[in-house]
Design a binder for this molecule. Structure first.
Ligand code: S3P
Length: 425
């Protein structure tokens, strides 16, 4: 396992950083481009290993990729892969690919690394079975998944968690079915897949959370993927914890299901400015600036969890540098991520001398305004590794991130960008 030592800086920095392409939109763009019959242009794909897993998968089904253009015979001409599809560490790859292969009349095996093989897959298998797909999971409802699909009928399903991955998997299967389908869930999820389907007339909103899928082909297109707000969040947090610092990130996705963290930062007292300047297949895109100023605490209620879900380790870091008690509740989903992120987030804060406690569905952090140096175990979780590096930038000593290589799952080169950001003036 690689160790990375990140040293603090006492500079108030001001930086403008273009963050890598959005991971969620990259997975979806690759899949839709491979479903379409023809050539699609894709630029600014997320550079991480997770997106690489989806790219390799669609090539195994018959799409070709030259680094800029994806050419596909269309989903009806996809071929059965000769070997299992390795989704690596990526829950999004596995769940979205489960959805799209549920519509294919052949057998697909989806496997993953140790961490992915512990995560729940029945939540996605159940709705796909309702459409008529054959889906088997291993004992415990985990990967590997075996999917034998084709001849799907429309169905209606309501799920009790606000998860974009399960909604998207269902939608990617339902768009291949013989009749219309609907899905509903609690609110707050990122609705990228739905905005894309809507833009092609393949879907329709029924109220605030229900969505109807109209089956049919999706067209080839052009995907210039905006920056990833979940990557930008590490830089926003590093500015928030240093009074007088500022970070601007142009061209990031501002999907409402992605920016709960900005609301939390604002509640804690950081100055947050966001301007929408464009769109990506129906998704708002714009520039965000975060400036550090005296920080307090925040309460993150269950309703805000889905829109903040990947940023909650950062909420804990920023909270430790604030004053007062920050509480995150209704977030038991965190236990199903790349690590048990309630346990790993609390362990990270404690390893740096901060005060944090686990709850069954969240955590509390006692903000004292400072953290010490120390050693943080990333637990094979990219977001813990990167949150620990952000904590280091304002700590009283160096932080050693053990298992630092996990960052490559979403952002290879992250540590170098973080260091160049806070050493800029
Ligand atoms: C994702 C959805 C989220 C998020 C994950 C990416 C997506 O998961 O944690 O990193 O691209 O759909 P859930 O919506 O399943 O919580």
């Amino acid at each position: 396992m690689a160790e990375r030592v990140v040293s603090p800086s006492d500079r108030a920095f001001a930086a403008t950083v273009e963050v890598p392409g959005d991971k969620s939109l990259s997975h979806r763009s690759l899949i839709f481009a491979a479903m379409a019959n023809g050539a699609s242009e894709l630029s600014n794909l997320g550079p991480g290993e997770d997106v690489g897993a989806t790219l390799r998968a669609v090539q195994a089904f018959g799409a070709t990729w030259d680094g800029a253009t994806m050419s596909s015979p269309g989903i009806d001409s996809w071929s059965e892969p000769g070997s299992p599809i390795d989704c690596g560490n990526s829950g999004t790859a596995m769940r979205l690919l489960a959805g799209v292969t549920a519509g294919r009349p052949f057998h697909t095996e989806l496997s993953g690394d140790d961490s992915l093989s512990r995560r729940p897959m029945e939540r996605v298998a159940g709705p796909l079975r309702l459409l008529g797909a054959g889906v088997e999971t291993a004992e415990g409802g985990t990967a590997p998944m075996h999917i034998t699909g084709g001849s799907l009928e429309g169905a209606s399903v309501s799920i009790d968690v606000a998860t974009a991955q399960v909604r998207s998997a269902f939608e990617l299967a339902a768009v291949q079915a013989n009749g219309v389908s609907t899905i509903d869930s609690p609110p707050g999820y990122r609705d990228h897949t739905e905005r894309m389907l809507e833009s092609w007339g393949r879907g329709e909103r029924l109220g605030s959370t229900a969505f109807r899928i109209h089956p049919g082909p999706v067209p080839p297109g052009s995907y210039d993927i905006p920056g990833d707000p979940s990557s930008a969040a590490f830089l926003w947090a590093s500015a928030a914890i240093r009074e007088g610092a500022a970070v601007t990130t142009p061209g990031v996705s501002l999907n409402p299901g992605r920016i709960g963290f900005l609301q939390v930062l604002g509640e804690m007292g950081a100055q947050v400015d966001g301007v929408v300047s464009g769109e990506f297949h129906g998704d708002p895109v714009g520039t965000v600036t975060v400036r550090g100023s005296g920080l307090g605490a925040a309460f993150v209620p269950a309703e805000l969890v889905a829109a903040t879900v990947d940023e909650l380790p950062l909420v804990a870091v920023v909270a430790a540098y604030g004053e007062g008690i920050t509480k995150v509740t209704g977030a038991s989903e965190l236990r199903t991520k790349e690590s048990d992120r309630i346990t790993s987030t609390v362990a990270m804060i404690r390893a740096l001398g901060g005060g944090a406690d686990e709850e069954s569905d969240g955590f509390t952090v006692l903000g004292t305004g400072f953290l010490e140096g120390g050693v943080v175990e990333a637990r094979r979780d990219h977001r813990i590794a990167m949150a620990a590096a952000v904590a280091a930038t304002a700590a009283n000593g160096s932080v050693t991130v053990s298992g630092a290589e996990a960052a490559a799952v979403s952002w290879p080169g992250f540590y170098e960008i973080l260091e160049s950001t806070w050493s800029s003036r």
